[in-house]
Design a protein. Sequence first.
Length: 91
Amino acid sequence: MVIIVMENTPEKLRGELTRWMLEAKAGVFIGNINAIVRETLWKKVDEGKEKGAAMMIYSFDTEQGFKIEMTGEPRRSIIDFEGLFLITNKI
């Protein structure tokens, strides 16, 4: 399972993701894709985000069962607290 959440990104980038994933809400994409497709899409998001930001959450063999990656300047940040991912709001 892969979830990508995008903020302030171009429409063309959202259109690219809808080819592979379901857009559940504006800027929120959900899909069951393999690692190669996930990494290819994430590269496109990173390169095409312009002034926006994005966060990707995907299944991974960790204590929580997932991994989080971010690009750009999102409104939230990730803290790794002894192997657990916590999300905080930036002030």
